[in-house]
Design a protein around this ligand. Structure first.
Ligand SMILES: NC(=O)c1ccc[n+]([C@@H]2O[C@H](COP(=O)([O-])OP(=O)(O)OC[C@H]3O[C@@H](n4cnc5c(N)ncnc54)[C@H](OP(=O)(O)O)[C@@H]3O)[C@@H](O)[C@H]2O)c1
Length: 285
């Protein structure tokens, strides 16, 4: 077993399989989740519960955070009652949650002031790549922190890219999720247009996926369209959040505003907790 002690805060759709892979890789792992029942699968797999955020920081060398959004990440890192509440000098904190570059820089500064190191490592890939440890890990931060983290990050993904200082990893993540949104919206619009012209959905998905226009995401999401069932792997509310962050971060491309509006309307219509592909359901009305 490794002597590097890992803490993991945030056990949602992504946090559970990712922390699970570190247990499988032989790291001693402590976990904490706001809703404590969600710790159970990790405890069953061999993790310990830290019982609270300050204990999670105190007991471990590298502490990962994988929570919903900017506010949740700031709250988790809080110097009041979060990870940074007590002495954390020498610790390495890694935020995996998708947040704005500005939020990432803020968290970096909070850690730096407490004598701790910080990396942002948002990931490209959803639950299946998280389970299979084939994520693409987009790192922003200082080189020494990156080198310290790399052996651990390599247990979570197939590719770990050090892209620049803190903020650049988040910029890359918001950019790739813009392309994800365009793909999902385009797939839904195309299938619905074909359906209106009398083309069976199954046939249209075959045309897409057997040709050059088909890609990993169209293939992955086709079964959900066919079944009309959209249980969340990547919740639609999180993509709406990422498109909002991208717009706030300067994305002003012609399709960016209507794309964001479409996902925001779907969220407002009650589809936020369903999968991103539920954009199809929203448009099929
Ligand atoms: N799912 C994907 O495919 C995917 C892929 C790449 C990146 N991401 C990003 O990764 C992050 C996590 O995604 P996910 O799919 O794992 O999300 P999720 O299933 O919705 O889980 C969210 C996690 O955040 C915690 N949380 C939410 N608000 C909190 C708060 N105010 N204080 C403390 N904890 C809070 C939740 O705790 P509770 O259990 O107590 O609610 C839960 O552990 C998001 O930023 C998302 O954009 C997701």
């Amino acid at each position: 077993m490794s002597t590097v002690k890992i803490g993991w805060a945030g056990l949602g759709n992504m946090g559970i399989p990712m922390a699970g892979n570190l247990i499988k890789a032989g790291y001693p792992v402590q976990v904490f989740n706001r809703t404590r029942e969600k710790e159970k699968p990790l405890l069953d797999a061999g993790a310990e519960s830290a019982g609270g955020l300050s204990a999670l920081a105190a007991n471990n060398d590298i502490i990962f955070v994988m929570v919903s959004d900017d506010d949740a990440a700031k709250k988790t890192f809080s110097a009041g009652d979060g990870l940074l509440a007590d002495d954390v000098s020498g610790k390495l904190f890694i935020n995996v949650s998708t947040v704005a570059s500005e939020t990432s820089k803020y968290l970096y500064e909070q850690c730096r002031q407490k004598g701790a190191k910080f990396l942002e490592t948002p990931v490209s890939g959803s639950v299946k790549p998280a389970q299979d440890a084939t994520l693409i890990i987009l790192v922003g931060g200082e080189t020494d922190a990156f080198e310290q983290a790399k052996p651990v990050l390599d247990k979570l993904g197939k590719l770990t890219l050090h892209l620049g200082p803190v903020g650049v990893g988040s910029a890359a993540k918001l950019a790739i999720n813009y392309l994800l949104g365009l793909n999902l919206q385009g797939l839904a619009e195309t299938v619905l247009f074909a359906k209106a012209g009398g083309v069976k959905t199954e046939d249209m998905l075959t045309i897409i996926n057997e040709g050059a226009i088909g890609n990993g995401i169209t293939k992955l999401k086709s079964p959900a369209i066919l079944k009309g069932e959209f249980p969340a792997a990547f919740a639609l509310k999180h993509l709406a959040k990422d498109l909002r962050l991208a717009r706030a971060q300067g994305l002003d491309a012609p399709l960016s505003e209507p794309l964001y509006s479409s996902f925001k309307q779907a969220q407002d219509d009650g589809l936020g907790d369903q999968d991103v592909m539920a954009i199809y359901k929203h448009l099929d009305q």
